[in-house]
Design a protein. Structure first.
Ligand code: COA
Length: 187
């Protein structure tokens, strides 16, 4: 029996819930699409790798403190998945539990409907109000204007460019770094 995890975040049009084992096929489909991986350095190469990644995401749900959230983003109306938004907390041990890093991928058929921005705004709100994070960071290669727009529209500020700091398929790309502070949102 597929037990659907509780909804953790609700926005006007979207529901964000934890990933479950039964989402593995959908995650594989999303990560296998060349359009959704164009500006990323990794993608699950096969179904077995996807399974391992999803299992890791599920194990993290039971760790305390929790190191990451991988939200399945669903349309409220149809419950169809439109994308995934991930939040990893404290890469650096000194920052553990204080600084998050977000990333996201959406199905190409659902692009330019405002879903990535709407979901990210929900994740930002959740991070500051429920997780008490100090800051959330993100970034994208310079060519990924759609992702930069999502960050800008969600209130992230541009902090600088890591020149030739991101390798995709043997090509170095400039990497644009963005961040939002808890105090930027008035907390
Ligand atoms: C980046 C991505 C998440 C955006 O999702 P989305 O749901 O389409 O985002 P939104 O609809 O909230 O906003 C997209 C914005 O980008 C703009 N945009 C889209 N393509 C663009 C382009 N080629 N150049 C400039 N702006 C562009 C849209 O016009 C919109 O801005 P606007 O509201 O000011 O008009 C989606 O394209 C995606 O999944 N891409 C593949 C994975 C990826 O790149 N993830 C980020 C890795 S850092």
């Amino acid at each position: 029996m597929f037990e659907v995890p509780d909804v953790l975040i609700e926005t006007d049009r979207l529901l964000l819930r934890d990933v479950a084992e039964q989402d593995t096929q959908l995650v594989y489909q999303l990560y296998s699409l060349p359009e959704s991986s164009r500006y990323e350095y990794w993608s699950p190469a096969d179904a077995a790798k996807t399974k391992r990644i999803v299992s890791k995401w599920i194990r993290e749900q039971h760790q305390n403190p929790r190191p990451a959230f991988h939200f399945i983003v669903l349309l409220k109306e149809t419950k169809a998945m439109v994308g995934i938004c991930g939040l990893e907390i404290g890469f650096n041990p000194d920052e553990a539990g204080k600084i998050g890093n977000v990333g996201y991928r959406y199905l190409p058929d659902e692009w330019n409907k405002g879903y990535a921005t709407e979901a990210l705004c929900g994740v930002v709100e959740f991070s500051f109000s429920h997780l008490s994070l100090h800051k959330i960071e993100s970034g994208c290669v310079k060519e990924n204007r759609a992702s930069a727009r999502v960050l800008e529209k969600s209130g992230f500020q541009f902090e600088g460019c890591r020149r030739q700091g991101f390798l995709i398929d043997d090509q170095w790309h400039d990497f644009m770094i963005y961040g939002i502070l808890k105090k930027d949102k008035g907390y």
